[in-house]
Design a protein around this ligand. Structure first.
Ligand SMILES: [Zn+2]
Length: 95
């Protein structure tokens, strides 16, 4: 629960990140989470690191802010992405 009683982790209840979750994410993550990208959070989308269709949850720790460019890459089958130890996301073209 958030400080004002709003749910921050929706689990499987909601497919989409809620406004309160996006707000919390923007406070935690200062910019696009792709490696080397500094696009401000206002321009970013909330992305499920574990795809919703594969059982991913709509929880804060499972979400990452990505700018429109990197969000497209995250859904582009020609690219794979992995989370680095520092939390940033590295995109590499599929071999
Ligand atoms: Zn980006």
């Amino acid at each position: 629960m958030g400080g004002d009683g709003q749910v921050l982790d929706a689990g499987r209840d909601s497919r989409f990140f809620q406004p309160i979750q996006r707000k919390a994410m923007r406070l935690q993550q200062k910019c696009c989470q792709a490696e080397g990208c500094d696009m401000p959070p206002e321009w970013c989308d909330a992305h499920h690191l574990d795809p919703w269709a594969a059982g991913g949850k709509t929880n804060l720790k499972d979400g990452a802010l990505l700018c429109p460019h990197h969000h497209r890459l995250a859904h582009n089958a020609a690219f794979i992405h992995e989370r680095l130890p520092d939390g940033t996301i590295r995109f590499t073209r599929r071999p």
